[in-house]
Design a protein around this ligand. Structure first.
Ligand code: ATR
Length: 280
């Protein structure tokens, strides 16, 4: 049903975010602006869900016939046992960030990898590139999955070697510790750790000298919008990919699954950017 205004009425379809905390999420802003622009009668709201309520929250999606959901920290793994199906992508990545309600059947997938690969490919093709992924947490898994899918070669480096080794074995890629950065060659460097995030905005996961050999740098941290790592990248004239894009493109991936329509990602980006510029 097409509406001229974003007017909530009896036919409005609800999409929710399940996580804790959720109050700082930008997802409602970016999705609601995109629903409105396309005249889609949908509304996106955030639900703070405590750890002991994850099963009840997922059952609530079914009971209330909620059309879809995003899942964020700390519930991206915890929702899995309560869904009706989980696709291969989410199984390999090991977490769900998007739920689609298909006539009462809840299906889980993960669009974080799309967020990362679409952000990068706006600046540089992935196919054939050697990409150093720093960090071996949940974000790193999704990013490595995406890079491999788009034909890139990954080397994963992590402070704790055993976690890099685990991902290296899972995705059949080389791995090492942070110190190994001095001994390897690569085209693109991606920071998937929280290093550089406010209040530690002076920190960078690598030094200027270590960064100088890359063509492109991507930091998934978007608070601050321009991290110290990205500042170094700019100074060195590298292609610089801001973390906010990953948030937008993972959201766009989910939006398409819920509505069957492609949202205006530039509008979503500008809306989130305006908000963060005022906040930061
Ligand atoms: P996410 O799910 O967002 O990826 P995570 O699973 O907590 O978050 O992973 C955080 C990653 O950042 C880990 O790889 C962590 O390294 P360890 O495995 O050694 O803990 C990395 N990380 C966090 N703080 C770091 C720091 N100060 N220096 C280096 N790596 C750091």
């Amino acid at each position: 049903m097409q509406l001229r205004e974003n007017q909530i009425n009896g036919s409005t379809q609800l999409i929710v975010l399940i996580g804790n905390p959720v109050s700082h999420s930008m997802s409602p802003l970016m999705h609601n602006v995109a629903f409105k622009q396309l005249g889609l009668n949908y509304c996106y709201l955030c639900c703070q869900v405590f750890e002991n309520q994850v099963e009840a929250a997922v059952n609530g999606l079914r009971a209330l016939n909620i059309k879809g959901a995003n899942v964020t920290v700390p519930h991206k793994q915890a929702v899995i046992p309560f869904l009706d199906e989980v696709d291969e992508t989410a199984n390999i990545i090991g977490s769900v960030n998007t739920i689609i309600n298909k006539n009462g059947k809840l299906s889980g997938t993960n669009t974080d990898w799309i967020g990362a690969t679409d952000s990068l490919e706006e600046h540089i093709p992935i196919h054939g590139k050697t990409i150093i992924v720093v960090g071996a947490g949940g974000s790193s898994r999704a990013i490595i999955y995406g890079i491999k899918k788009r034909g890139g070669k990954v080397i994963v480096l992590n402070r704790t070697l055993s976690k890099a080794e685990e991902l290296g074995k899972l995705f059949q890629c080389d791995f090492g510790t942070l110190a190994d950065i001095d001994n390897i060659q690569g085209d693109i460097l991606i920071n998937t750790t929280s290093v550089g995030m406010t209040p530690n905005h002076q920190q960078s996961i690598v030094t200027e000298k270590q960064l100088a050999k890359f063509q492109c740098v991507f930091d998934i941290v978007y608070n601050p919008l321009e991290t110290q790592l990205l500042k170094l990248g700019k100074k060195l004239n590298l292609k610089v990919v801001p973390g906010l894009k990953m948030l937008i493109y993972q959201g766009a991936g989910a939006f398409k699954l819920w509505t069957g329509q492609q949202p205006d990602t530039e509008l979503m980006y500008q809306t989130a950017l305006n908000y963060l510029q005022k906040e930061q």
